[in-house]
Design a protein around this ligand. Sequence first.
Ligand code: NDP
Length: 453
Amino acid sequence: MPSSKKIEEILDYIKECSPGQDEFYQASQEVLYSLRPLLNEDSRYLEQNILERIVVPERSIIFRVNWVDDVGKIQTNLGYRVQFNSAIGPYKGGLRFHPTVNLGIVKFLGFEQIFKNALTGLQIGGAKGGSNFDPKGKSDNEVMRFCQAFMSELYKHIGNKRDVPAGDIGVGAREIGYLFGQYKKLTGEFEGVLTGKGLNWGGSKARKEATGYGSVYFAENFLNAYDNDLKGKRCTISGSGNVAIYTIEKLYEFGALPISCSDSRGTIYHEKGIDLETLKAIKEINHESLEAYASLHTDAIYTPVSHYPTDGHAVWHIACDIAFPSATQNELTLTDAKVLEKNGCILINEGANMPTTAEALEYIRESKMLFAPGKAANAGGVATSQLEMSQNASMAQWSFEEVDIKLRTIMQNIFKTAYDTSVEFDCEGDLVTGANIAGFRKVADSMIDQGSV
Ligand code: NDP
């Protein structure tokens, strides 16, 4: 059967069996279509029904999380862990705490994670989890009680050789601490069952910085391949969380000028460059809205969400050379992509997971703009998580510089793998195809080796 027909069949099956899981459908569609050159060249993948198998998680766990709020009332949330694929190693992938979390979101993130983890060259399978719990506006004690309740179920399904969760949106050092404490209490084991841990109790230096730094290393490698670099480039960044902040920090080190950031309420445009110290104080310490940035820097322009362009986001309407979407999924629309192109943007480098809508991606791939897909460009976080696991296993702690050098090398290798694969399949520089095929091939070959498990 021709690969296109098979892909259509599988996408129909996903639509039928996963109704309403739009983001999962979007991610599957992007990956499966980009595999066509490989499927046409090597018949084993269709013969062995790899596509049918790879789009179904090995295990999806959904559980109730009851916790007591500060006024003594019992609250209920949903918890998820989707263990998608363990062909090349134990499951690995973050936990997201955000009101928008549902099974479709967790499945899309887990599916992407399979190929991202394979691309790192490390032995880690793909998973993702989380809850519709919103840490925003909750007291520390409420967050602690929620994390303890969440882990009271999750601990049954994870372990340092089985499944090693990490952070994602809404899950930072504080949440990982509470989750780890509860795991230890329930199992009596002090083991590297989570990554993103505190430095005093098994964490890795440079893990916090890794996704943002890695995203910038990736962009530099991509530009270098076209005799260009980051120096002097005006960069727009969306988000103001972990990934965005450390993207901005590393961009300054490369001599670029990061001029924007955003949160769920608005966008900051600071023409002379984002003041990183102010940003960290507002977001990492005080957990305030970005409106506070504009009141401290009167030359910065704040645009609230209510003033965003129709079908678009203010941040992508600021003229730039390079765009770093680093907030959330589907935050860069077709309208945004057209404006970026018109304004002379040369590279869109995804720090977030699937921040570009399907329509925007199609448009960008037809344009002259370079495009770095998140599963390659933001893989520095999970790669450094794996370095944390290695340090835990050998009871070592490497210096910041040692970890950063390894991260830089890993990002260089991820770029090379994705780029070389694009060349192999006659689409030089199309890193969507390159990254998907390279990640898929490693996982699929391992599935074939391991038989019908
Ligand atoms: P954080 O929670 O630290 O920050 C998320 C940022 O995105 C915040 O500025 C938040 O604004 C904004 N945001 C979240 N949801 C929305 C929304 N619906 N609309 C507009 N803005 C929104 O998360 P991270 O920085 O860790 O993650 C950002 C992205 O990077 C995610 O896609 C994540 O999956 C991906 N990623 C993260 C990795 C990591 O190591 N942390 C690794 C690989 C990928 P506000 O503060 O107002 O909520």
